[in-house]
Design a protein around this ligand. Structure first.
Ligand code: BGC
Length: 811
């Protein structure tokens, strides 16, 4: 069943009922100011850091769901309704929600009145704009009361939801005409306030929640809305809110647009006040003046659209497959951008208060994002590298506001260092900007310990070399990619973190997955050495890589697939010798991508085992058989009921690894079949089973052992975004940036007769047409560039500013 449809021309998903199986959300903003907005206009806003600079409150585990948001109420006689249905849930005569690129439009109609709420964050400004257009489509004059409402968060979202003895006394506001300034803690150490305004005179306002909602009213039935006016309340402690009310008299056919804005303002310390206790509003006035008229707001909308069109034009596909075009040209890249911005911090499943930016997550996000805005990728690489320790290990997470490593979680995740090589090498392949390797980057955020970025990569590589276990495989530490395989944890007490309980360095637990990574990204490191003429270093690196590869082919091989790990007692995990968890997905994908066992046939055999044992109609599950009980030596993975999360769920992130691995073996049919199974546009029809948004990936889908097989959770922020785009654009469609230029090496289903990709690369535009009249899955027979045949399939670098036409014949 569907709850909407794709509108590809406008690059939107259109939701046609507010009662989607779960709230379906969108992200506004891509620089400093961000808002999450659901299909009913629920959600919240923050400046840079969803924990430390939260502007509005959101209650995650509330019932009913999604009550807090960017709320518009309309009172028409005795009827009160919201254009997005929530929170009053008054039945609407019609409803739609259009989630587009950086904007959302929610429209409701009731008793002859249409209200359209258009939300977006303009480029270059720290505010959200909500333009509300109300139209009287009835034959009679309408007397309407329009209310806009937000509930402020007292900035630090954790403190806000826990430290009530203090924060019930700190809330402060100022009101000036149609503008409410939320200035809690501005009197002391904060230099920022929020501003909530309307671009026209208001008839009344409230700034206390008790006055607007009523102590027991809540947003579903606010007493001020019922009364038809606010009471001019001024918050002193308790819960400050912003509520603005405008009375509208609309003749038949008449409409009126009003802008409500929510902005973030920072003042220099010495300019905080203009009089004792009176905040300096100059910057707020300037911000509001930028969006005073409809023409200004329209211009900001157009600028946002142009920005997105420009970004997405870097990679554009035309193929006979409508769903594929839609995903590649719009939604894959859009999700990559959002995931790059947010890492795993703020979604409807990530509260924004826990995890900051993940080291490994952010490095992988680069793979899908780097072609979109390389300059931001560059900045991100340097930020991430600055949280590395001198021995090459790294903080597992860092806070976006301070860019400092998170000491509570610390380090010890032994895959982390290698992901820095992966992200940096991808940046170099895309841009050819070798100067990045010379940038001085601190270790442990300490400028005194700065070294060139290349030295960081060297220490990443060496970290694995110096942390090998008894089988010559890398030690796993706290965990590798799979945060839930905690072989050194041994946690027996509820409430302990599986990730940081126990020693970070067990003496023997080893990871075959990290070994696969070391072979893959170690080779990428050696190539960088080659390029820098570090010949001896490259040769030495390759010796280490060969040794680890041998260890994988022997101790890491189980007979028909790659083992997953060795536990703290030296016993294999992911082996036919185990009662449960005999085969895992991760090492099959990573080792085959690394080329391990390609010549010996082990790679093909491993993938055949995946198809036989792990594949399902909704995707490839993480392991089989699922763990049925908690096992002390395995940790969190065995804490989940069978079929959920890492315990045999379909963890979408590593499905593309299998697809990439199939492509490296030339299996185009199978690579595409794996891609399709979890791809949102291809499973839109089962939205009632899948439940999360049909336009983006979720972190996981319940596996075949789960009672809710096929149900997804944790949408939006997942490494799946980057890996899927990386897979479809580079492995399947085969347009691959390399250090030497753009390589074309498609591996497609034999039924796809061809396609065209327009790719911007290092300043030039390549129009690449691939002809597969031969009906093969892999293999390039001939390539011409501007009509001239070339040798091989790496395109000569075209000068920046030029356009070239490339014809590729498969066969
Ligand atoms: C984390 C990733 C991790 C994955 C598998 C995600 O929630 O963000 O870092 O690789 O889970 O455990």
């Amino acid at each position: 069943m569907k709850f909407g449809y794709f509108d590809d021309r406008n690059k939107e998903y259109v939701i046609t009922t507010p009662q989607t199986p779960l709230p379906w959300i969108n992200y506004l903003g891509s620089e400093d100011f961000f808002s999450l907005v659901s299909n009913t206009a629920g959600g919240y806003s923050f400046y840079r850091d969803a924990r430390m600079r939260r502007l509005t409150r959101y209650r995650y585990n509330n019932s009913p769901l999604d009550m807090d948001g960017h709320r518009i109420y309309i009172k028409d006689g005795d009827t009160v309704w919201n254009p997005g249905w929530q929170p009053t849930k008054t039945p609407l005569d019609s409803y739609s929600c259009r989630h587009g690129l950086g904007y959302t439009v929610v429209e409701g109609k009731k008793d002859g009145v249409t209200a359209r709420q258009e939300l977006f964050v303009p480029k270059g400004d720290a505010c959200e704009l909500d333009r509300v257009t109300v139209c009287n489509e009835s034959a009679a004059v309408k007397e309407l009361d329009l209310f806009s409402y937000v509930e402020f968060c007292l900035w630090d979202a954790v403190d806000d939801s826990s430290n009530f003895q203090r924060n019930y006394s700190t809330g402060e506001v100022e009101v000036e005409g149609s503008v409410i300034y939320h200035k809690t803690e501005y009197r002391e150490r904060r230099n920022h306030y929020a501003v909530f305004w309307a671009n026209c005179p208001v008839d009344s306002f409230d700034t206390t929640r008790d006055a607007f909602c009523g102590v027991y009213g809540g947003p579903a039935d606010p007493q001020a809305v019922r009364a038809g006016h606010c009471s001019g309340s001024i918050a002193h402690g308790w819960a400050p809110v912003g509520a603005l009310h405008i009375h509208l008299t609309l003749a038949p056919g008449e409409s009126r647009s009003i802008l409500f804005g929510l902005g973030y303002i920072e003042n220099p310390q010495e300019e905080k006040f203009i009089a004792p206790g009176v905040i300096n509003k100059t910057r707020a006035h300037a911000m509001m003046a930028r969006y005073a008229t409809d023409a200004q707001i329209d211009a900001a909308r157009i600028a946002l659209r142009t920005h997105w069109e420009e970004l997405l034009s870097t990679y554009h596909l035309e193929s006979g497959e409508e769903k594929l075009n839609r995903m590649v040209n719009i939604w894959h890249q859009y999700q990559c951008m959002v995931t790059f911005n947010m890492s795993r911090s703020a979604s409807y499943y990530e509260s924004g208060t826990g995890r900051g930016m993940g080291f490994r997550d952010s490095c992988q996000d680069l793979l899908g994002f780097v072609h979109i805005i390389p300059s931001r990728a560059r900045e991100r690489i340097l930020d991430i590298a600055a949280t590395q320790f001198e021995d090459g290990s790294a903080y597992h997470q860092y806070q976006p506001l301070t860019k400092k490593g998170n000491r509570d979680v610390g380090s010890g995740f032994n895959d982390d260092p290698l992901w820095l090589i992966a992200g940096t090498a991808a940046y170099l392949r895309e841009t050819g900007d070798w100067s990045i390797l010379e940038e001085q980057v601190p270790f442990d955020n300490d400028a005194a310990k700065a070294q060139p970025l290349m030295e960081h990569l060297r220490r990443s590589f060496n970290f694995t070399c110096t942390h090998l276990g008894p089988h010559g495989l890398p030690l796993i530490g706290r965990a590798d990619w799979n945060d839930c395989l905690n072989l050194n944890c041994f946690s027996e007490h509820p409430g302990e973190s599986f990730q940081i309980t126990g020693p970070s360095e067990g003496p023997v637990a080893e990871s075959v997955f990290i070994a696969g990574m070391f072979v893959k990204y170690g080779h990428e490191y050696a190539e960088l050495c080659d390029h820098l003429n570090l010949t001896e270093e490259a040769a030495a690196a390759r010796k280490h890589i060969d040794a680890v590869e041998q260890a994988v082919l022997t101790a890491g091989w189980d007979g028909a697939w790659f083992r997953r790990a060795y536990d703290a007692f030296g016993n294999p995990i992911g082996s036919k010798e185990c009662a449960e968890g005999q085969i895992f997905i991760e090492p099959q994908g990573m080792c085959v991508m690394a080329g391990i066992g390609r010549e010996t046939g082990q790679a093909a055999q491993a993938l055949a085992s995946v198809e036989e044992r792990l594949d399902t109609k909704y995707g490839v599950v993480l392991l089989q058989p699922a763990y049925t009980g908690y096992q002390l030596n395995l940790g969190e993975i065995s804490s989940y009921p069978p079929g959920y999360k890492e315990n045999a769920g379909i963890f979408c992130h590593n499905n593309p690894w299998i697809s990439c691995a199939e492509a490296t073996l030339g299996h185009g049919d199978r690579a595409f079949a794996v891609y399709r199974k979890t791809c949102p546009a291809y499973i839109e029809d089962i939205s009632e089973i899948h439940r999360t948004e049909p336009y983006v990936y979720s972190q996981m889908v319940a596996g075949k052992d789960a009672p809710t097989f096929g149900e997804a959770k944790n949408s939006w922020l997942t490494g799946t975004a980057a890996w899927t785009f990386f897979n479809i654009s580079q492995y399947i469609l085969g347009i691959q940036p390399t250090l030497d230029g753009l390589k074309v090496d498609p591996c497609i289903p034999h039924t796809l007769s061809g396609f065209t990709v327009t790719r911007r690369f290092r300043g030039a535009v390549y129009h690449i047409t691939v002809d597969n009249a031969a009906g093969v899955q892999h293999g390039v027979k001939a390539v011409t560039v501007d009509g001239k045949a070339i040798c091989g399939n790496v395109l000569p670098l075209a000068a920046a500013g030029t356009e070239v036409t490339v014809q590729v014949t498969m066969g």
